[in-house]
Design a protein around this ligand. Structure first.
Ligand code: UDP
Length: 240
């Protein structure tokens, strides 16, 4: 038995419907929502501002302090509130992905706080969080060398699939499922974040990168349109 059909009817290279909007949290310096299907993330940016505690200050550059959290009822089995090993790891990789495109030398001794909150989770939450955070940074007016866009590519059995869901991640027949979240820069197409959960041959990994490039281009288009003030909801657009 091979994986022939996706449970939600999408083509192998099709993203879930995207929602994207900036300016959703008036008190923040920048904010955004990014959703892919049932995965919904919001991000708020505060700063750049003087860093406290003082011992963390870097006299030659600023830092990005990124927090990732899930609302307790974002998943069917209530997520425990507060930091966990998983949330700390995702906060760190998301912050690193963002830091690679921000010229932090412009902000000595400063911090840019980035808070990512997952409102609803159906896999790919780190990618949705990074997409929202990148939009929120741009919305805050933080100068970025390039934009970043993120998507999780999967290998389910022998098929490369774009933007995998939790149900797909849990596929155990045949070769099972491999989850590969990618974050790519908009112009130079560099990888600023790549993780791999499962196993995959090198030639198939290259294939997954090609799928990520195409998918990230679509994500980028939505991020850019949202930053121009559009309220993007592809769920509504597909019903038109
Ligand atoms: N998940 C969950 N409870 C948790 C953590 C994760 O139900 O405490 C689910 C949730 O749907 C999440 C998915 O498992 O999106 C995959 O989690 P993973 O750690 O692979 O990160 P993600 O794909 O969300 O970036």
């Amino acid at each position: 038995m091979t994986y022939e059909k996706r449970s939600d009817g999408r083509k192998m290279d099709e993203l879930r419907p995207i929602m994207a909007k900036v300016g959703i949290i008036p008190n923040a310096d920048g904010s955004a929502l990014f959703a892919a299907g049932k995965t919904i993330a919001i991000a708020a940016v505060y700063g750049p501002k003087l860093l406290h505690p003082a011992h963390m200050k870097k006299p030659d550059r600023g830092i990005i302090r990124c927090n990732y959290n899930m609302l307790p009822f974002s998943v069917s089995e209530r997520a425990r509130p507060g930091p966990s090993r998983r949330s700390k790891e995702i906060g760190m990789v998301s912050g690193n992905a963002l830091a690679s495109v921000v010229d932090l030398k412009r902000f000595p001794n400063a911090v840019i706080d980035v808070d990512i909150m997952i409102l609803q989770a159906d896999a790919g939450t780190r990618c949705a969080g990074i997409n929202a955070a990148a939009m929120a940074l741009a919305h805050a007016g933080v100068v970025m060398k390039e934009m970043i866009s993120s998507v999780a590519i999967g290998k389910i059995d022998d098929k490369i699939v774009t933007d995998i869901t939790k149900e797909e991640e849990d596929y155990h027949d045949g070769e099972g499922a491999t989850d590969i979240p990618y974050t790519l820069t908009s112009n130079t197409k560099q990888i600023t974040h790549l993780q791999l959960d499962g196993k995959i041959q090198v030639n198939r990994l290259k294939e997954s990168y090609e799928a990520a490039k195409i998918a990230c281009e679509k994500v980028l288009d939505c991020q850019k349109r949202a930053l121009k003030g559009e309220d993007i909801d592809e769920n509504k657009e597909s019903k038109k």
